[in-house]
Design a protein around this ligand. Sequence first.
Ligand SMILES: Cc1ncc(COP(=O)(O)O)c(C=O)c1O
Length: 395
Amino acid sequence: MAVAHKMLDYMGKSSWIRKMFEEGARLKQIHGADKVFDFSLGNPNVPPPAAVHDKLRQLVANLAPGMHGYMPNAGLPETRAAVAAQLSLEKGLPISADQVVMTCGAAGGLNIILKALLDPGDEVLTPVPCFVEYGFYADNHGGILKTVPTSDDFTLDLEALAKAVGPGTKVVLINSPNNPTGQIYSAVALERLADLLRQKSREYDRPIYLVSDEPYCKIVYDGHRVPSVFAAYENSLITTSYSKDLSLPGERLGFVVVHPQAADLQALLGALTLANRILGFVNAPALQQRLITELQGLCVDVSIYRRKRDLLVAGLRSAGYVLINPPGAFYLFPQSPLSDDIEFVRLLQEENILVVPGSGFFGPGHFRIAYCVDDRTIEGAIPGFHRALQRAKNL
Ligand SMILES: Cc1ncc(COP(=O)(O)O)c(C=O)c1O
């Protein structure tokens, strides 16, 4: 076998979303696309703001030399400066351009952070449910992902965290608003987490870094805001992207920003920049950096997602599902009426409804619905959700 055993193993483990995608294609061929309700992918369906298209047109018409050339590995100076200025407004403390490294999405950001911070065997601790790629990303850089449960409403469980942080912990990785639960971690919870990490860093005599993965930070509803980890903890890094808030996930642009008072700041920034280069990203895409430089603070119309969330939450609740009404992101994470979430997902498939089992996110007993889809898909699926729940109750 040519392929590495580890990759074969990973290909088996990582296949939930792919399986759903293939199942969707099969069902659409049999029943027609309009009869299949596909909630499996977190691919934003709200179009990018008009200003994105206008700016793109201007950029492609610009034939100036160097438009598409190599650049410093951390990104274009003017883009980093624009991002830093916006962050200074949003995070409540001054951020300078040299604290920002432009990346290939938040995924690229996470990978350069873990490459920069982890020695072999170092542990990355993350509250679950979580984004399934975290385990692979930790392993990419010789680290080990450790998981810690959250509370029933998916908020941080500080007691569980206090027990889970140990001498091997180098990074605590959080994601708020969360994929797959849509939950946001409060400022008070972040303060308490910061106190814990300061105490544990002293105890183990090495800094524990808090990494905040925030691609959904602008996809929030009902007046919620995502509290800044920078306000809580100095040894922190944030990564985010323009994938969700500008609906540009295929364009692969994001950034990492390091807290100005982080331990070993200069070495860390150097390591992040080198990691961008040697992981083969080299630099984030030039055209996309130029695109967002003048579009800072812009966001898709979030009220469209809020309406979809409200429609689906109301429909599911009236059918009898138990779920939190999430304050952010575009996912719902209802309880599975069967303890085996995979079995319940199969029942939904029989109704031509495609969702992802919670087990795929370290959250068994639940399932994830990505509601970044047409209203037609949401409205059309409610009767099937209803029937599947009734069938599960009769099993
Ligand atoms: C929690 C989380 N982190 C990171 C990513 C990767 O984002 P990007 O497409 O910006 O790399 C995603 C994408 O869905 C995500 O849900």
